[in-house]
Design a protein around this ligand. Structure first.
Ligand SMILES: [Zn+2]
Length: 275
């Protein structure tokens, strides 16, 4: 082979490698995304497709020294199990309240240490928030949480993946939001919950607002009268049944409310004043 021919072959193979390199990298990404898509949908829940009238009541931002025990009394009187997404700072101030909730059969989830917006934070910052709260919950209840509700529902797809890998958490959002943090009054809180709740719903409220606690006895009664049964979030997830295949790939909706394993956009977090 002549030197010029050799040079020509080198040139051609270099060009081919370069040409191949681009599409190879480009085609890996969508593949990776589609491989991760099922994993993501099993990590994140805003509601659960269940075969029965089951719902999960969730209470965020506590524990409160006074209001959470009141709510625990109400839950006990109604024989209802709920899920508490607690703030680490509050857990270390009132560990006995969290211990009582766990002892009485309620589920405890991680809601960060000090309620920052994860979508705007470094991985190290988020990791610290989760780790400290994880340890505070373990200290109070003896068990590590398996659920995370990011403050404001704000979390990126990338964060969800590494948090799931490192902490094993499922990310729990909601499909029913009574905006109780705006303190609209107990009847409004109750009516909003009654209007929006469907089988498989995850209902968001906060056990740090007196009006929310005041709304709960009649809310529980009315939901029970409609036939709903109350379970913890993990119990609800364990009841998940596959959705009937539909010709449309769009996610199931609860009326006008987007629901069921709603993946959030990967590029940005979706902050919400609630949560
Ligand atoms: Zn919150």
């Amino acid at each position: 082979m002549s030197a010029s021919r050799l040079l020509f072959f080198c040139f051609i193979s270099l060009v081919t490698t370069q040409l191949r390199a681009e599409p190879t990298i480009a085609s890996q990404d969508p593949e990776k995304v589609s491989r991760n898509a099922p994993a993501e949908s099993s990590i994140t829940f805003s509601s659960v497709h269940v075969d029965g009238p089951y719902i999960a009541m969730t209470f965020d931002d506590g524990p409160s020294a006074t209001l959470t025990p009141k709510l625990l009394d109400i839950l006990a009187a109604h024989r209802i199990k709920a899920t508490f997404f607690v703030i680490g700072e509050n857990v270390v101030q009132h560990p006995e309240v969290v211990a009582r909730a766990a002892r009485e059969g309620h589920e405890i989830g991680n809601h960060s240490w000090s309620h920052p917006n994860f979508g705007k934070m470094s991985d190290d910052g988020v990791r610290g928030q989760l780790q400290r709260t994880d340890e505070a919950i373990k200290g109070a209840t003896g068990a590590r949480p398996t659920l995370l509700r990011p403050p404001y529902g704000s979390i990126t797809a990338r964060q969800k993946r590494w948090i799931h890998d490192q902490f094993g958490y499922q990310v729990i959002l909601w499909d029913v939001d009574p905006y109780d943090w705006k303190r609209p009054g107990p009847p409004v809180v109750r009516n909003r919950i009654l209007k929006e709740t469907q089988p498989g719903s995850i209902v968001l409220s906060h056990d740090i607002h007196p009006g929310t606690i005041e709304a709960m006895p009649s809310t529980f009664d009315a939901l029970a009268a409609k036939g709903f049964r109350f379970v913890t979030v993990s119990e609800l997830i364990h009841m998940a049944v596959p959705e009937p295949s539909s010709p449309s790939p769009s996610p199931r909706t609860h009326g006008s409310v987007p629901a069921t394993i709603t993946p959030l956009p990967s590029a940005s977090a979706v902050p919400s004043p609630s949560g």
